[in-house]
Design a binder for this molecule. Sequence first.
Ligand SMILES: Cc1ncc(COP(=O)(O)O)c(C=O)c1O
Length: 441
Amino acid sequence: MRFPDIKTTLPGPNAAALIGVDRNHVSPSYTRIYPLVAEKAEGLWIHDPDGNTFLDFTAGIAVCATGHCHPHVVNAIKEQANKLLHMSGTDFYYTSQITLAEKLAHLTPGSGSNKVYFGNSGAEAVEAAFKLARWYTKRELNLAFFGAFHGRTMGALSLTASKTIQKKHYNPLIPGITHIPYAYCYRCPYHMSYPECGIECVRWVEDTLFRTTVPPEEVAAIFVEPIQGEGGYIVPPPEFHRELQKIAKKYEILYVADEVQSGMGRTGKMFAMEHFGVVPDIMALAKGIASGMPLGAMVARSDIMVWEAGSHASTFGGNPVSCSAALATIELLEAELMANAKIRGEYLMTELRELQKSMECMGDVRGMGLMVGVELVKDRDTKERASDWRNEIIQKAFQKGLLLLGCGENTIRFSPALTVTVEEIDACLSIFEESLLEVAG
Ligand SMILES: Cc1ncc(COP(=O)(O)O)c(C=O)c1O
């Protein structure tokens, strides 16, 4: 079995020198939690400038769906770069953008009559969804969820409700957004348990919110992550989205699925909403869509995407090279990687649940496909959040060469590339267990 290879103390001298320069010249708003300097990478393996090799279970925040530098994607990028780097889909036409739009229109749930708007990031895809929902409905209010992360531009940030640090000093944001509790069953906001709760978190929207403070006929859209990502990799009950969408339909409110993190095969289906049997009106895509090239897409039904020429656009959105990378990515996802995500995700969850039996601090193990979270607690009964242990475990794992990230207050996320092998999962689990034992054993 291949393990990480750490030859120096971390960071090594070359990495430390680069970080020194970074400190002087790069925005301090970034949240680097450990000093990884990535020099080159292939698959799940990252090499730093000091000759250290790391095992990457973050995929660059759930982006490198096909692994780092997959040859099929790199070739597509090279070929496109030799032909056309940029022409701006806003004002002109080019093949790769048109081909990708046709592909996405058929790939996304619905009858295939979808249309695509291209941007450069998740936030831009959400921003576009926000604007289209207003444009189409001519309504001013929106619902979103506590714990949600939709991005950091002012519109997307207004929908985000993940951490106050992301909003501090930026008010006033866009008015008219009401945040409501997500279906976080491990910590039910209504102190009920599933299934006896009857999905109270959905019923509350109609029975309380729409009767007291938010007139439903003024609501443009409900923005929702199929599985909450940055909020803690939270999987709602199977009927949650279906029941919520029923209410949305009743009041002609658009159902907007933010699949930026959960989409593009990560959960074992192309889009996580497919697990819930729901066809959203609008979808936001990014992250894994182009294996690391910047690309965001907002997909909506043709009868909704009826805004007029000039109402929204972006110079770089749907760049030819990014679109070609996306087409190559989708080929790989469809051929085998989506299926791999399902099988390897099940293996990872089974092994983590096995470990949970002996590790009291592993309060909850949850996920779908390769979107897996472990929520750490000080005590299984009180569920006291073990945020400090979570952070220490991530640091320990890094020192041993395993890259992990947190999400929510006290959850560790496992979001490797969809190419991950059983051996790579075993290597990850062995380092994770060692780190757990050192911190909370
Ligand atoms: C669900 C979701 N939406 C939107 C975003 C924002 O994406 P970006 O950072 O590309 O703007 C993220 C990023 O983590 C996300 O997880």
